[in-house]
Design a protein around this ligand. Structure first.
Ligand SMILES: Nc1ncnc2c1ncn2[C@@H]1O[C@H](COP(=O)(O)OP(=O)(O)O)[C@@H](O)[C@H]1O
Ligand SMILES: [Mg+2]
Length: 194
């Protein structure tokens, strides 16, 4: 199981890293068009996204669109008080950033800018591979699984959207008890509702 997972991670990370800068740019734009066409963010005002790394589908076009459309955006930040959990911090054009231990830029934490997970309308999750039923394979840290485990008992739940290149679709991902599936997958070419 573990070996299979790490093999899949290697394989699908390579696929997305093989995309050229031009393909990445087009994919980001097309994925925003999918979001608009299928009205994914119509009802959402508080939206968490991520800054791409390792060939991930970029959220920069959606972030710009959110700012132009009066929506408030957030980014995941490693929780300084709970190891391997995420918190979400408001992200605006003038937000001060720093690099975390994975070298990923994140907003500098300020208590007034923290948004509790149940108060988010929508979370865009990066992923390494997905399948047609909304199962998600991440980079292997389990950060989103851990952080989102807590909302399963909350009456208010954000929409979880896996955001990925079409080449990240796997035929059938096996899952473990702690894996949190997403409600929708959005790619540059389509939406899968699970
Ligand atoms: N809710 C949780 N509580 C504690 N540990 C967790 C939880 N969710 C995931 N983990 C741990 O995180 C690790 C990575 O999870 P995994 O699902 O393989 O990664 P990813 O979701 O990034 O693909 C696992 O070893 C798992 O035990
Ligand atoms: Mg997982």
């Amino acid at each position: 199981m573990l070996e299979n997972k790490s093999h899949l991670r290697k394989q699908f990370r390579q696929l997305r890293r093989n995309l050229s800068a031009e393909q990445q740019k087009l994919a980001s734009r097309d994925a925003l068009q999918t979001v608009i066409k299928y009205q994914i963010l119509e009802q959402a005002n508080h939206i968490a996204l991520y800054l791409d790394q390792d060939g991930e589908l970029s959220c920069t076009d959606i972030i710009d669109w959110c700012w132009q459309n009066g929506k408030t955006t957030y980014l995941p930040v490693l929780d300084p008080s709970r190891e391997n959990y995420l918190i979400f911090i408001r992200y605006a054009a003038d937000t001060k950033m720093r690099k975390n231990r994975f070298n990923i830029p994140e907003p500098v934490i300020s208590s007034s800018q923290v948004k509790a997970v149940p108060q988010l309308d929508c979370i865009f999750l990066p992923l390494v591979a997905f399948d047609e039923t909304g199962n998600r394979l991440g980079m292997g840290g389990g950060f989103y699984d851990r952080t989102l485990a807590e909302i399963t008992s909350s009456p208010v739940k954000p929409q979880l959207i896996g955001y990925a290149h079409d080449c990240q679709q796997a035929s059938n991902l096996s899952t473990e008890s702690w894996d949190i599936p997403v409600h929708k997958i959005v790619t540059p070419s389509r939406v899968i509702s699970t």
